[in-house]
Design a protein around this ligand. Structure first.
Ligand SMILES: *Cc1c(COP(=O)(O)O)cnc(C)c1O
Length: 377
């Protein structure tokens, strides 16, 4: 029996051994500032550019279209604010959805205060937008569409290819928050017509506090940080070389093992759903049954609140999340669960189980049994 059963991989993952091994020398052996002119700096510079190539290869971009920064939240902020501010002469209208991560939704609030107008698309009960709603929302002054690849709470995957085609047809810049999708779907920015894409290393066995933004060459974007003009002057600040090395290694590993890993996760997910539905009558599985993250189960119960259930599971060394990690301090029901039409009382009875590479079928069976035991008492 494991000491802990970790089922919150959409909140964050452990750093894999291979990733950690590759990062370590850059803390105390190759610690040069990549901007230096001596050999020690060159080591850092080489590592930086190798990581850039690895990220570019994983999403079919070019290395000079990859910018390293501090994580998913910064990538989302830079994409949205950077593009909106740089393109305000073309228009002031933004389209997004009601179920985006708070990094997007709160960046939109800031832009609204600057005079931008934002349309927040509704979603269907399965969490998907309607393409017809997107088409209707487009105006002559729409400059950017930002729609997440896959939702972090309910796992629903959006019709990204069709969204990309619509954006291209109307000549609107298309950003997607792919933080949850990396390592779970093969992402090709050419095939999907994606112009900007947010990445965060700690969601796929890389370190926390490092991420990347893909920006298609030619897209006008304004920086958020002034300084020493690192990262093509889009993101100043001494590069986090160990973190960037970890990101590059983690995305390469995720890409190489993509199909094997996702098949494993889908098996765990489907067995969990089958077990919980047969053992605990009346549960609701949120999100789309087919178009969902391989790792994700979002489940609502009729008569136990998530807070008590999570606390009791935690006593039994099982880690799961409520709506999402970011809102677990917040007593308000999750904006995502509300947007798919869950009654607030049911939304507050919802847990999120997200599997990872350290889980197996025993974890599935044990966890469902523990949930059943808790509910029965
Ligand atoms: C985790 C997450 C983020 C934020 O990434 P950080 O690196 O933690 O800032 C943004 N969007 C989605 C969908 C996420 O799951």
């Amino acid at each position: 029996m494991k000491e802990i059963i970790y089922l919150d991989h959409s909140a964050t993952t452990m750093v894999s051994d291979a990733v950690l091994r590759e990062m370590m020398p850059y803390y105390n052996k190759f610690y040069g500032n990549a901007s230096g002119l001596y050999f020690l700096a060159q080591e850092s510079k080489n590592a930086l550019e190798l990581s850039r190539q690895r990220v570019a290869r994983a999403i079919n971009a070019r290395p000079n279209e990859i910018y390293f920064l501090s994580g998913g939240s910064e990538a989302d902020n830079l994409a949205l604010k950077g593009v909106a501010r740089a393109n305000k002469r073309r228009g002031n209208h933004i389209i997004t959805t009601k179920i985006e991560h708070k990094a997007i939704l709160n960046a939109c609030r800031t832009l609204e205060q600057e005079g931008f107008e934002v349309t927040y698309l509704d979603v269907l009960p399965n969490g998907m937008i309607r393409l017809e709603d997107l088409r209707k929302a487009i105006r002559r002054n729409t400059i950017i569409i930002s729609i997440m690849f896959a939702n972090n709470e309910i796992g629903t995957v959006q019709p990204i290819e069709q969204i990309g085609l619509i954006a291209r047809k109307y000549n609107i810049i298309f950003h997607t928050d792919a933080v949850q999708a990396i390592g779970q779907f093969k992402i090709d920015v050419q095939r999907y017509n994606i112009d900007l894409l947010s990445i965060s290393a700690h969601k796929f066995y890389g370190p926390k506090g490092v991420g990347a933004l893909y920006v298609r060459q030619g897209v006008r974007i304004e920086k958020l940080i002034d300084g020493g003009t690192q990262e093509g002057d889009l993101r100043s600040g001494t590069e986090n070389i160990p973190g960037i090395v970890g990101l590059g290694k983690a995305i390469e590993e995720a890409d190489i093992n993509l199909y094997q890993n996702t098949n494993r996760l889908i098996t765990l997910r489907e067995n969990f759903i089958k077990n919980i539905e047969t053992q605990i009558p009346g549960v609701i599985i949120n999100g789309d049954r087919k178009y969902r993250l391989p790792c994700n189960v979002s489940v609502s119960f009729r008569n136990i609140d998530a807070k008590s259930l999570i606390a009791e599971l935690s006593n039994r060394k099982i880690c799961v999340s409520g709506g999402s990690a970011c809102s677990s301090k917040n007593p308000k029901p999750s904006h995502v669960l509300t947007a798919i039409g869950l009654h607030p009382s049911i939304a507050n009875n919802t847990i999120r189980v997200t599997f990872g590479l350290d889980n197996d079928m025993e974890d599935v069976i044990y966890t469902v049994n523990q949930i059943k035991d808790i509910i029965n008492h």
